[in-house]
Design a protein. Structure first.
Length: 115
């Protein structure tokens, strides 16, 4: 497995979760050069980009999560995080991490937000 995602779970509306995506088999130089993203797919909906961080450290967010979610990268751990605050029921989805250049996907982690 190239990307190991974790951190999903059940949380009440207004709560927080932090997702992790470890590039277990990627060498550091490759990981450092990769644009890394978090996507999500809700039941019956298409997969959508939630957050992206480039190799230069810039970030971008979907309008629906801006101000609530933060993407970050730990180079020493070869891990990308998605801190999710003030969660809403509409954030319920399976969340996937992606290495854009290599095309690798994590296995998905389920986030369920109850109202």
């Amino acid at each position: 497995v190239q990307l190991q995602a974790s951190g999903g779970g059940l949380v009440q509306a207004g709560g927080s979760l932090r997702l992790s995506c470890e590039a277990t088999r990627m060498i550091l130089s490759t990981f450092s050069a990769e644009p890394m993203g978090w996507y999500r797919q809700a039941p019956g909906k298409q997969r959508e980009l939630v957050a992206l961080t480039t190799s230069a450290g810039t970030t971008d967010y979907a309008a629906s999560v801006k101000g609530r979610f933060t993407i970050s990268r730990d180079y020493a751990r070869k891990t990308v995080y998605l801190q999710m605050n003030n969660l809403k029921p509409e954030d319920t989805a399976v969340y996937y991490c992606n290495a854009a250049r290599s095309g690798f996907w994590g296995q998905g982690t389920l986030v369920t937000v109850s109202s």
